[in-house]
Design a binder for this molecule. Structure first.
Ligand SMILES: [Zn+2]
Ligand SMILES: [Zn+2]
Length: 255
């Protein structure tokens, strides 16, 4: 992943806190438009300068051409408040080997999947198995992708409860494993909409742990009850795929 630096020199008498808040809002807009990842960037004041260091999947993710109207307007507002132009530069990578996310022209399918630690996009390409920057999709809702990010943080909250084990673990696991849970319903609705917008079949990843039940490859699709196991695992990970129901899953490691 890339680390970008966005900064502005404050050349007016405006309170630094006011500009800081305006910058925070800009970062929310970038996030809502899928241009930055994870909303975990540092944001700080250094003398007469405000600096933030967001993560992006592509080097050019902050190019103007990807901005939506909220980002555009907020940049204009900050530049007016601060009396100077916002500066952008790429300051590094999280990993020397990091190349770039999915570049497939027409993926065969997408998968909606995340977990409690990742800051990748919640959408992966079924063809190359790499992450898909959300701003590459057609506009999802209100010039951005907030409903997808809402599912993402819901899922990550459940996964965190699941991993921490002490509070709500079973409830959270059920949200992640049960095709009828509110979380699965929210996710599958998003998959349907992405498919309509892009014309690319979009699958929902159903988590599978089954600590108390065991598991086997012959069990049918939990939605249509038909056979859904794959002869060879997809991307060395997915063991189940139902093309009719648009869900993928794995055999339990506890099987
Ligand atoms: Zn791809
Ligand atoms: Zn099915």
């Amino acid at each position: 992943m890339y680390i970008q630096e966005i900064s502005i020199d404050i050349k007016t008498n405006l309170s630094k806190n006011e500009l800081f808040e305006a910058f925070e809002l800009l970062m929310s807009y970038y996030r809502g438009n899928g241009q930055t990842q994870g909303k975990i960037e540092s944001l700080y004041i250094e003398n007469n300068k405000i600096v933030t260091l967001p993560f992006t999947l592509k080097k050019n993710a902050l190019d103007k051409k990807h901005n939506n109207q909220y980002v555009h307007k907020q940049i204009a507002k900050i530049e007016q408040l601060g009396g100077s132009k916002i500066k952008f530069k790429t300051v590094g990578k999280t990993n020397v080997d990091y190349k770039q996310p999915c570049t497939c022209k027409k993926p065969d399918f997408y998968i909606l999947i995340t977990n409690y630690v990742t800051i990748d996009s919640p959408l992966t390409c079924g063809t190359c198995n790499d992450t898909v920057p959300l701003y590459k999709l057609p506009e999802y809702y209100d010039y951005g992708y907030m409903p997808i990010l809402s599912w993402e943080t819901n899922y990550q909250s459940c996964d965190r409860l699941n991993m921490n084990c002490e509070v709500g673990e079973r409830w959270a696991l059920n949200q992640m494993e049960n095709i009828q849970s509110q979380l699965s319903k929210q996710g599958r609705k998003i998959c349907k909409r992405i498919e309509v917008l892009t014309g690319v079949p979009t699958f929902y990843y159903l988590h599978n742990y089954r600590r108390y039940k065991g598991d086997n490859k012959k069990r049918p699709c939990p939605s249509c009850n038909k056979k859904w196991n794959l002869k060879t695992p997809l991307h060395d990970f997915y063991d189940f795929k139902c093309d009719a129901c648009r869900i993928v899953s794995t055999i339990s490691t506890m099987a």
